[in-house]
Every structure is written in structure tokens, then in C-alpha cells.
Design a protein around this ligand. Structure first.
Ligand SMILES: Nc1ncnc2c1ncn2[C@@H]1O[C@H](COP(=O)(O)OP(=O)(O)OP(=O)(O)O)[C@@H](O)[C@H]1O
Length: 239
């Protein structure tokens, strides 16, 4: 289990997260939702130690997550990736394997097979030698999904994976998320998408600097909670 306690993050006087507490069970798909600037990305980054927290602890199976960083596959928002970096699709995914194997060694047969399998899963094997700059937004997102699969992590953090992607990418993503759930992985997804896809999640965390609600989507997405988070009414999941 992944347990976040009292997580508090300030950026030069801006309070981005305040005393955030929640826990994640493995085998559950958990979504983080909230308005712009609510601290969703900061939550993922601070859990990974990429931004400094002023208070709090993040423990996985009883030990600090930061000491088990290799167990986490993190896919940042597309806007945070340098798409002009000179690298092919295949090599982005291979990097995940080389991190484990050591960069100074030639990739093993097993590593190459792992990369192939990950690229086939996201339907990008045919584009393996293409530069990442030469892909559509959805294909680019799938490269990083493949990279996270090749990492063979226990925990997956995705930041806005559905932003501006095509239907095919969404379908591939959801089907892979389903497989990862069945493999008992821990899955945390930040998403802006407030449509019917929210029904895919086992649990939601509604956040606006601090946690406003957690639980089943229907329990979290009440008109009262929405109003508290967004400052205006939203009629969702009314059926
Ligand atoms: N590096 C930074 N320096 C200063 N302030 C920051 C920094 N990163 C984020 N912030 C601020 O912290 C708050 C939370 O930002 P964050 O990006 O985590 O929100 P978010 O919920 O992910 O937003 P969005 O949905 O727009 O991506 C915002 O007020 C933002 O302006």
C-alpha cells in the first residue's frame, strides 16, 4: 500500500498542497481531479521527490517511496517533454530497460524483447525507428506509455495522459490500465477529463490544494463537492 501523510508543498510563498492524506491500494485505478492550479501535478512530483515538500511522508509497503524510486513509472505531461530531443521511439523505450541494466552495456536480448513487447502493446512497433518529433500527439503519449511498461514498475503515475489524444490512444490506454490493474499494480492518474471516463476509476481524489473528497466516483462527484472544488455547478454522472 502507498500511504501519503500530511503532504505540504509551498513554492516561494504559494501554497500548492496543504496537509494531504490518502492511501492507494494496489489493483485499483485511482484518479486525481480538480481545477487548474489545484496542485495535481505537484502532488505527483512531490511524491517522487521532484519538488521539495515542507512536510509529510510518502511510504510504500512501509518504507519511504523515495528509496524505492525505481518501482515507480512516471509519465509527465506531454508539455514537459522535449520532443526535439534526438531520439527514436525504440530508444525512448529502451532507456527504461537501460536504467535497470546499466547504460554502459549493450542491451540484452531480454531487454530488446521487452521493448518490442511494450511497443507492440501500444501499436507502435512499425514506427520504432521514427524520431519522436515525427509522431502525432497520441502516438507520442503511447511512446511514454510503452516506456513505463518496459520499466516493469509496481507503481504508475500518469499526468494528464489523455490530453489532446485520439480515440485509439484512449482505448489502448484504458485496456492497458485494465491489464495493469489485473497485475495488481498501483495506478494514479491525474486527469482533466470530467466526462464519462471518470466511471473507469475505482476511486477518485478531488483536490484543490487540500483533499476535498475521496472515494467511489459517484460519492466524490456530488454537486456539493464540485461546487466546492470548481466554484460553479457541474452536472455529471447524474444517471
Ligand atoms: N515551479 C513552480 N513555481 C512556483 N509556483 C508553482 C510551480 N509549479 C506550480 N506552481 C503553482 O502551484 C500551484 C499548483 O500547480 P500545479 O501545476 O500542481 O496544479 P495542477 O492542478 O496540476 O494544474 P493544471 O491542471 O493547470 O495542470 C499553482 O498555483 C501553480 O501556479
Amino acid at each position: 500500500m502507498l500511504v501519503v501523510r500530511d503532504l505540504t508543498v509551498h513554492y516561494q510563498g504559494v501554497c500548492a498542497l496543504e496537509r494531504v492524506n490518502f492511501s492507494l491500494e494496489s489493483g485499483q485505478l485511482v484518479g486525481v481531479v480538480g481545477p487548474n492550479g489545484a496542485g495535481k501535478s505537484t502532488l505527483l512530483k512531490s511524491m517522487l521527490g521532484l519538488v521539495t515538500s515542507q512536510r509529510g511522508s510518502i511510504r510504500y509497503d512501509g518504507h519511504p517511496l523515495i528509496q524505492q524510486r525505481q518501482k515507480v513509472a512516471y509519465v509527465p505531461q506531454r508539455s514537459q517533454i522535449d520532443w526535439n530531443y534526438p531520439i527514436t521511439v525504440k530508444n525512448v523505450v529502451m532507456l527504461a530497460q537501460m536504467q535497470q541494466q546499466g547504460f554502459w552495456q549493450f542491451p540484452t536480448r531480454q531487454a530488446r524483447q521487452m521493448v518490442k513487447r511494450a511497443l507492440m502493446q501500444v501499436d507502435l512497433w512499425d514506427l520504432r525507428d521514427r524520431h519522436i518529433r515525427e509522431l502525432s500527439g497520441g502516438q507520442q503519449q503511447r511512446v511514454f506509455l510503452a516506456r513505463s511498461l518496459a520499466q516493469q514498475a509496481n507503481i504508475f503515475f500518469f499526468d494528464e495522459p489523455f490530453n489532446g489524444v485520439d480515440q485509439k490512444t484512449k482505448e489502448i490506454f484504458y485496456s492497458i490500465l485494465q491489464e495493469l490493474k489485473e497485475q495488481n499494480k498501483t495506478l494514479l492518474i491525474v486527469s482533466h477529463d470530467l466526462g464519462d471516463t471518470l466511471n473507469y476509476y475505482d476511486q477518485l481524489i478531488l483536490i484543490n490544494r487540500s483533499i476535498l473528497a475521496t472515494g467511489l466516483p459517484k460519492q466524490v462527484l456530488t454537486p456539493e463537492n464540485f461546487y466546492q472544488a470548481y466554484g460553479h455547478p457541474l452536472n455529471l454522472l447524474s444517471a
